[in-house]
Every structure is written in C-alpha cells, then in structure tokens.
Ligand binder design. Structure first.
Ligand SMILES: Cc1cc2nc3c(=O)[nH]c(=O)nc-3n(C[C@H](O)[C@H](O)[C@H](O)COP(=O)(O)OP(=O)(O)OC[C@H]3O[C@@H](n4cnc5c(N)ncnc54)[C@H](O)[C@@H]3O)c2cc1C
Length: 394
C-alpha cells in the first residue's frame, strides 16, 4: 500500500514512522525546502514536547475528546519519544530534550523516518487532492501521483512563516467536511491602557483573569500589550470572543501573594518603613516603572508618602495593583500565534480520524479542531494523532 503524507511537521512524521514500522510505503510531501520548520521554534528553540500533568481540560475542541485524550493514548506519545531515543529533562512537569535543543527532536524524527525507509520529498507543495476510482490523486504544480491513502498533516493558519497556509481546511471543505471557526490561539494580546509605552520591557509574576479563567505566572508587558504563558493560555477564548466584540476585558493582579487586603498590608508596611514615598514603600514588590505608569495614569504624585495619599487615592492604587481592568482590543494574529483553535470538525471524522465521506483521507495534527494549552500539549496532539492514524491504517 502506498501512503502519502501531506506536510512534514511533527504530526506527519509521527504518522510516517508508525506506518513505516508496519512496512508500508510512506512518502512525506513537504512544501518547504526543509521539514519540521515549526518544531525548531518550539519552546524558544528548546522544544517543550510533553507534560507530566495530563488532563482532558488541558485540551480544547468543540467535540467530545474524552476518547482521544486517554491515559493509554498519552502513554503512547511518551513511548514514541522514548523509542526515538529522546532523553528528557523535566522542569516543573514540562519535558524538554536533555540537550535543550529542538534540533535534537528534528534529528530524532528525521533519522528514524529515514532508517525505516520513509521517502521524504521537499519543495513539493500540494495543490490538489482528488478521489479517483477508490484511490487518491495528489497534485503538485508539476506532478500528479496516485496513492492508496492520503494523510493531511498541513497544520493550521498559525505562524505562516513555517509553511502553514490552511490548505488542509480547503481539502476538508471540498470533501464536505465541516471546518470549525479558526482563530489564532496562544497569542499575544493588544491592549489600550495608555500605559504601554511606559510599561514595555517589564516582567512580573501575576494572576491574570478572563471571565472565570485564572492563570498565574510571568506576564511580559510590551509596547503593544501583554504576552507570556499565562496570557497565551487565556488568549484562546479572548480571540474567539473578539470576533463578535471590539473589546474584551482582563484583570491583572500584580500582587497575587497578598492574600488579605493590600491596603491593610500597606498600612502595616508604612508603620515598618516610615516616611518613605510610595515608590520606596512598594519598591520590594512592584517594578518602579510600573508603579510610575500606574500612578501617572491615576494622577497620583509618586513623591507623596502613604500617609500623604487621600483615601480615594489609596483605594485607586490598591485596586489597580490587585485588580487592574485592562481592555483587550485585539490579538497579534496568525503571524504570531503558536496554534489555532478550531479546524477540521471531529464529528465529520471517524474514530480513526478518517473522513466519514472518504475513508482513504485522514487528518492529523494542528489542522484538527483540537488544540492545547501551553506546556507541550500541542506537540502531544500532533504526535498522538499521527500515531492513532498510523495504528489504524491496515
Ligand atoms: C513559536 C512557536 C512555539 C511553539 N512552542 C511549542 C511548544 O513548546 N510545545 C508545544 O507543544 N507546541 C508548541 N508550538 C505548537 C507546535 O509547534 C504545533 O502545534 C505543531 O508543530 C503542529 O504540528 P503539525 O505537524 O500539525 O503542523 P506543522 O508543524 O505546522 O507542520 C505542517 C507542515 O505542513 C506543510 N504544508 C502546509 N501546506 C502544505 C502543502 N499544501 N503541501 C505540502 N506541505 C504543506 C508545512 O510547510 C509544514 O511543514 C509552538 C508553535 C510556535 C509557532
């Protein structure tokens, strides 16, 4: 049986390796001049490929995914990397290769695929997929080939520099497969606080809240808005809701370690550290540039002492430090998004991720309506879906 995999990303490689182990003739067709371009960028070049914490709520889809995100399946992903010879280093549950270099992951995938006889063709952009007499015709600009089965592993619309164009969605639509609304996810947010030029460059440990979703971690304040893992993890829903609204609001708590009342805390601190101006009073826990930016917005004189502030000024300052209401007016979009929410509707695929309309056509990886939080979950989806399709084809 001849099988073509369109797209040489992690999902395509996982499918190729699983199928080649079963001695099928497998060809990866990749439009770029090299494979696994996006993988090289992951985890800031270190590749966070897996996570110790595995729960269904780390993954998102408009379909029920309880039968996909099972312990047995997640173990398959871990075993897959182990069988490729990856030695992990685990930091706070996040898995990286011990080399802390994503190029190790690329080498492991490419070397295993080549050693199993997978044919890897680069500079081959596929522009057409057609059903012909129970087989599938795969068309590139200069050549057409017939395969028994085709696996679409072309990724989403996120980070187009790495080759994603949304081709998989076009194929799906042609075959009557629903594509759930696609939106950038795990993406930076654009805000309009008026403080951006003043707070740019600051990193701070915060709690950030959007509706009922709370994330804690390091926020990066930038000249356009906010970034960082905690922001990425709330960006999914914001990005979807911004389709229908111009503004969404998030809340930032810059002092998440203050468990009771910040005003009482500052009253006590003021007794301990007498006669300090408010920047000195807060210096040990708030970046002075951020405090200046907040005070400037609130028109509070930073030369004043805590006792010199009016009750209203104290309340406003405390509210902004514990519960700053930040208007989000956009995201940085597909160009900067790590993944997309939405994609190929799992309702229109069978349990083996084959099209219900055409059993010779499969979909794997980010093209699916299945995405994860930051933390290795998206590569887990890529590898898992590749393995599932590889296991299913016989
Ligand atoms: C900056 C960044 C950092 C990230 N960090 C992490 C991380 O640390 N951990 C994590 O789990 N996830 C991370 N991700 C997400 C992760 O990289 C993706 O979820 C994963 O690569 C998806 O794999 P895929 O194989 O489905 O798609 P891709 O990796 O996008 O591969 C799809 C391939 O298909 C090719 N292709 C597209 N159209 C065609 C066509 N018509 N013909 C032929 N070939 C085609 C593309 O060129 C590409 O090579 C990150 C993403 C980015 C952008």
């Amino acid at each position: 049986m001849n099988i073509a995999i369109i797209g040489g990303g992690p999902a395509g490689f996982a499918a190729a390796i699983t199928l080649a182990r079963k001695k099928y003739n497998v060809t990866i067709l990749e439009k770029n001049s090299s494979v696994l371009k996006k993988l090289l960028l992951t985890g800031n070049g270190k590749c966070n490929y897996f996570n110790n914490v595995q729960r269904v709520d780390k993954y998102h889809s408009s379909s029920d995914i309880k039968n996909i995100i099972t312990k047995e399946n997640i173990d398959k992903v871990n075993n897959f990397w182990n069988e490729l010879g990856i030695i992990p280093i685990v930091k706070n549950g996040y898995f990286y290769p011990f080399s802390e270099s994503s190029s190790s992951m690329k080498s492991a995938l490419v070397n295993m695929a080549l050693s199993l006889g997978v044919n890897i063709v680069v500079d081959r952009e596929i522009i057409g997929i057609d059903e012909i007499n129970g087989k599938v015709k795969v068309t590139a600009k200069s050549v057409s080939e017939i395969y028994d089965k085709v696996i679409i592993a072309t990724g989403s619309l996120a980070y187009p520099k790495t080759g994603s164009t949304g081709f998989g969605y076009e194929v799906a639509k042609r075959y009557g497969i629903n594509v759930v609304d696609v939106n950038p996810s795990l993406v930076q947010l654009i805000t309009d606080t008026g403080m951006e030029s003043k707070w740019k460059g600051i990193r701070s440990h915060v709690k950030v809240k959007y509706k009922n979703h709370i994330e804690e971690g390091e926020i990066q304040l930038t000249d356009y808005g906010v970034s960082g893992i905690c922001v990425f993890n709330i960006s999914r829903d914001i990005s979807i809701n911004l389709r229908n609204s111009k503004i969404e609001t998030i809340e930032i708590n810059f002092v998440p370690w203050v468990l009771s009342d910040l005003k009482e805390f500052l009253d006590e601190r003021n007794k301990l550290l007498t006669n300090r101006d408010i920047t000195e009073l807060c210096d040990a826990f708030i970046n002075y540039k951020l405090l200046f930016a907040i005070c400037s917005k609130l028109k509070i004189d930073t030369n004043k002492t805590w006792d010199g502030l009016s009750g209203d000024e104290k309340n406003k300052l405390c509210n902004n430090l514990t519960n700053m209401q930040v208007r989000v007016v956009g995201t940085k979009g597909y160009d900067f998004a790590q993944v997309c929410s939405g994609g190929i509707d799992l309702h229109d695929l069978d349990s083996n991720l084959a099209s219900k309309n055409n059993p010779n056509l499969y979909f794997v990886g980010e093209v699916l309506d299945l995405d994860g939080d930051c933390g290795g979950y998206n590569l887990t989806i890529a590898i898992l879906s590749g393995i599932l399709v590889g296991d299913a084809i016989c």
